[in-house]
Design a protein around this ligand. Structure first.
Ligand code: HEC
Length: 147
């Protein structure tokens, strides 16, 4: 890949143009994998798994809003994921547009029964969220039944 190709690939992450490879959920997930690992298993005590709890959260309105805001605003604990406490900090994933956030969340919850996230839905959660910091997002985490 030439330097220009790399620059265009990076620009594609922020451009709101027609769907490209950069809008593919699996491609976008690569930035999440740095912490949550490629298979979403996470690192106990540091980076939570993006597995059963996230799939359960995608099944409720409050959970869906929380998942979107985690990506848009970042999150800091205390939060509980699959029964374990996390008190770290996830930075806001800046530069992702609403369609890209919908795509990456659909990639993360794939295989679950929740309906797909759409760009329009994410835009609704983004509206009015600018005042929320990562700790405020953490307090929005709904508890998952059976935890
Ligand atoms: C720099 C590391 C890092 C990156 C990159 C990152 N995360 Fe996180 N993520 C975290 C940490 C740390 C937490 C837990 C925060 C805490 O300890 O309070 C977290 C929490 C979460 C949660 C909350 C899970 C739950 O059950 O409440 C979700 C969802 C999530 N991340 C999704 C993503 C997605 C999707 C991406 C990519 C777009 C991403 N993360 C990128 C570090 C990261």
């Amino acid at each position: 890949m030439t330097r220009w190709a790399i620059l265009f690939a990076l620009a594609g992450l922020t451009a709101a143009g027609p769907a490209t490879a950069a809008d593919d959920g699996a491609t976008i997930y690569k930035r999440c994998a740095a912490c949550h690992l490629a298979n979403g298993a996470g690192v106990p005590g540091a980076f939570p798994p993006l597995k059963s709890d996230v799939r359960a959260l995608a099944g409720s309105a409050a959970g869906r809003r929380y998942l979107a805001l985690v990506v848009i605003r970042g999150v800091s604990g205390p939060i509980t994921v699959e029964g374990k406490a996390y008190r770290g900090m996830m930075p806001a994933q800046a530069g992702l547009n609403d369609a890209q956030i919908a795509a990456v969340l659909n990639h993360v919850v794939r295989g679950g029964s929740a309906k797909a996230f759409t760009a329009r839905e994410i835009a609704g959660y983004r509206a009015g969220s600018a005042a929320l910091n990562s700790a405020a997002v953490g307090r929005l985490q709904p508890s998952v039944a059976g935890k």
